[in-house]
Ligand binder design. Structure first.
Ligand code: HSE
Length: 309
């Protein structure tokens, strides 16, 4: 018996400035995972093409396998299977573009389909959120669009929407990984009340500005005092790149997720290449090699590209 499924999961950008662990959006950059299970073999095997292909290993610690098994072992009592994963990887790893969420959502989705359980999107969200610990990347990876998420008693809730505001996103990816764990350690456990007020107002403003198409508000609405000031020191050149993005025509630039990618929000009418080049040059002046990607909002979320059941 051999069965397979190919799952495409988009990159995501969490936080969106002020919405720490809550806001997220999906981007037009993808990781494709083909899971093949067989009862004639046992254990893991992996075949990776694309971004960081030599940094992935077939083991139970690889997020794609771990997420698959977390769900598979709950749903079925068939423990002795061979799992082969073929990845076509386009999302840079450990750069704040949700690469681990692509693996988690792909693993959960593949287990759901190959076991025949066919979980709902909400069930996939709950499983993925349990594995990730916060829903701001996994929610847009599943639903696409712009998502507002929160957790209550361990249950994730998401409002998914598509902003009326037309946007392009210029992602400048430094040649430097930044672990989410380290970036979270940089944030203080407690914050001052005025900073909480600052972020509550910006998060509400950002959501309304996106939905009402009020781009002139983005310069305020994308500001943050919960995580960016504490993480700025981990990304040398950040202030210079932020300034370069705005001078080249972006509305504003933020840290994507926990970094190291910096993401400029811009009108589609602006020259994305000019913004990207200005940001890359600003990083270079600070001694940091980087590259840029011009991306759009993905509205499809996770897609099943092929099944062989
Ligand atoms: N909200 C998360 C953070 C996203 O900023 O740490 C990265 O996983």
């Amino acid at each position: 018996m051999k069965k397979s499924v190919t799952v495409r999961v988009p990159a995501t950008s969490a936080n969106c400035g002020p919405g720490f662990d809550s806001l997220g959006l999906a981007l037009t950059l993808y990781n494709d995972f083909t899971f093949t299970i067989s009862d004639e073999t046992f254990g893991f095997s992996l075949d990776v093409e694309g971004e960081g292909k030599d940094s992935f290993h077939a083991s139970g610690r690889n997020m794609a396998f771990a997420s698959f098994l977390a769900v598979w072992n709950k749903i079925t009592d068939r423990k002795r299977i061979g799992i082969h994963v073929k990845m076509n990887n386009q999302v840079p790893k450990s750069r704040g573009l949700g690469s681990s969420s692509t693996a988690i959502v792909a693993g959960v989705t593949a287990a759901s389909i190959l076991s025949g359980a066919n979980l709902s999107q909400d069930e996939i969200l709950q499983e993925s959120n349990r594995l990730e610990g916060h829903p701001d990347n996994v929610a847009p990876a599943i639903y696409g669009g712009f998502t507002i998420s929160f957790q209550e008693n361990g249950v994730a809730h998401t409002l998914r929407t598509v902003p009326k505001m037309p946007l392009q996103f210029i992602a400048v990816v430094p040649d430097m990984q930044l672990s989410t764990h380290m970036a979270r350690e940089a944030i203080p456990k407690e914050i001052a009340h005025p900073d909480a007020v600052f972020n509550a107002s910006r998060t509400a403003l950002l959501t309304a500005a996106l939905l009402e198409d009020r781009p002139e508000l983005l310069q305020y609405a994308l500001e943050d005092k919960l995580h960016q000031p504490y993480r700025a020191g981990l990304i040398p050149g950040l202030p210079e790149v932020f300034t370069a993005a705005e001078e080249a025509g972006a509305y504003k630039c933020i840290i994507s997720g926990s970094g190291s990618t910096l993401l400029a929000y811009a009108s589609p009418e602006k020259d994305g290449d000019a913004i990207g080049k200005a940001m890359v040059e600003a990083f270079a002046r600070c001694g940091q090699i980087s590259r840029y990607l011009i991306l759009q909002l993905n509205t499809k979320g996770t897609e099943i590209l092929q099944t062989n059941l």
